[in-house]
Design a protein around this ligand. Structure first.
Ligand code: OGA
Ligand code: NI
Length: 324
C-alpha cells in the first residue's frame, strides 16, 4: 500500500457555481454545464458552492457528529456491527495491513431516504442527533437530485426511462467519518484508496484530508479546502450508466497529527434492487457495452465477501465486461 506524501500537491478541480446552473436558459448555465461535463469525464470530481445547503445546517451536522463520537464507548458499541446489510451501524477500521499502513477511522453509517423510514433507528444520543443530521440528509438529498439530474441531462439519456423517479426514491446512505489525530500521519491512512459504489457522493468535511487520484499523472492530489464548499464525486454506478464516460474517482483520506477530522458523506444510489446498466443511448456497434448490470444489493453482497481496504478487486472491476 502506497504511503501518504507529507506535502501533496493540490488537485486542480473546478468549483461549480450551482446558482449559475439554476439560471435556466442563460449563457452562464451552458458554461457551467460544460464545466461539469469536463470535470466528470476527466476526474469524476468537482466542488460546489452556492449549493443551497445552509451554513447552520452544515455546522450543526458536524457538531452533532462530533458529539456522537464523544459519547462513552459503551453507548456507541450498542450500534457496533460488521453486518454490511444493517441500516444503521457503527464501526471502526483501526487495523494494519501487511505493509504496516494503519487505518485510523471510526464511522457511523445509516440509511436516510426517505427519512421517515429510517430516522427512528438512528442514534437516540446525542438527543439532537436525529434532528440535526436529519436536516443535513434532507437538504443534501435535494442537492444530490439536482446534480444527478444535470449529469443525466448531459449524457442525453431519454428522460422517459423513469430514472429520475428511481433517483428520487433511491437509497441515501449517510456515512459519518471520524479521524482522530495520528502521531505519525505519514505511516497511516484514514481511509484506504477506493471508489464509491454510489451513483454520486456529496461530502462535507471539517478540514482538509481528502485526496483524489489524478489519472493523468497517476499521483495523489489533495482536494483544496474551500470553506462552505461541498465535494462531489461520481461513483461506480454512474460510471456504469454512462458506459465509462464519467469516471468513478479513486480517493482516500489522509490524517494529520494535530486535530480530529470529521467528514459526512452522503452516498446516493437507486433502490436496493434497481439494476444499473449502461444507458442504451450510449451503447452502439462502435461503442459496445462495457459493464454488466448490478444493484446496490449486489454491491453489499460483494462488500460482505471482500474485505474493504485490502488491495483486492474493487466492485467496478468485477462489473467490467471482458470483451472490451
Ligand atoms: C467515504 C469517503 C472521504 C473522507 O466515506 O466514502 O471517501 O474524506 N470519505 O472522509
Ligand atoms: Ni469514498
Amino acid at each position: 500500500m502506497q504511503r501518504p506524501n507529507s506535502a501533496p500537491k493540490e488537485a486542480n478541480v473546478p468549483i461549480i457555481d450551482m446558482a449559475a446552473l439554476r439560471n435556466i436558459g442563460s449563457e452562464e448555465r451552458s458554461r457551467v454545464i460544460e464545466e461539469i461535463r469536463e470535470a466528470s469525464c476527466r476526474f469524476g470530481f468537482f466542488q460546489v458552492v452556492n449549493h443551497g445547503v445552509s451554513e447552520p445546517v452544515l455546522d450543526e451536522a458536524l457538531s452533532v457528529a462530533s458529539k456522537f463520537f464523544d459519547l462513552p464507548t459503551e453507548e456507541k458499541m450498542k450500534l457496533l456491527s460488521g453486518d454490511v446489510h444493517k441500516p444503521v451501524r457503527f464501526g471502526t477500521s483501526l487495523k494494519n495491513d501487511g505493509d504496516k499502513v494503519q487505518f485510523w477511522r471510526v464511522f457511523l453509517k445509516h440509511y436516510s431516504n426517505p427519512l421517515n423510514d429510517w430516522i427512528h433507528m438512528w442514534p437516540q444520543n446525542p438527543p439532537d442527533y436525529r434532528e440535526k443530521m436529519g436536516r443535513w440528509s434532507e437538504e443534501v438529498m435535494k442537492l444530490g437530485i439536482e446534480v444527478m439530474t444535470t449529469l443525466i441531462e448531459i449524457l442525453g439519456i431519454n428522460p422517459t426511462n423513469n430514472l429520475t423517479q428511481k433517483i428520487e426514491n433511491g437509497m441515501q446512505v449517510v456515512a459519518v467519518n471520524y479521524y482522530p489525530p495520528c502521531p505519525q500521519p505519514e505511516l497511516a491512512l484514514g481511509l484506504p484508496p477506493h471508489s464509491d459504489y454510489s451513483c454520486l457522493t456529496i461530502l462535507h468535511q471539517s478540514s482538509p484530508g481528502l485526496e483524489i487520484m489524478d489519472s493523468e499523472d497517476n499521483t495523489w492530489k489533495l482536494v483544496p479546502f474551500v470553506p462552505g464548499a461541498l465535494q462531489v464525486n461520481i461513483g461506480d454506478h454512474f460510471q456504469v450508466l454512462s458506459n465509462g464516460l464519467y469516471k468513478s474517482v479513486l480517493h482516500r483520506a489522509i490524517l494529520n497529527n494535530s486535530e480530529t477530522r470529521i467528514s459526512i458523506a452522503s452516498l446516493f444510489s437507486l433502490g436496493l434492487d434497481d439494476k444499473v446498466d449502461p444507458a442504451k443511448e450510449l451503447v452502439s456497434a462502435q461503442n459496445p457495452k462495457r459493464y454488466r448490470e448490478s444493484s446496490l444489493r449486489d454491491f453489499l453482497n460483494f462488500l460482505a465477501n471482500n474485505d474493504f481496504g485490502s488491495e483486492g478487486k474493487n466492485f467496478i472491476d468485477i462489473l467490467k465486461l471482458k470483451n472490451n
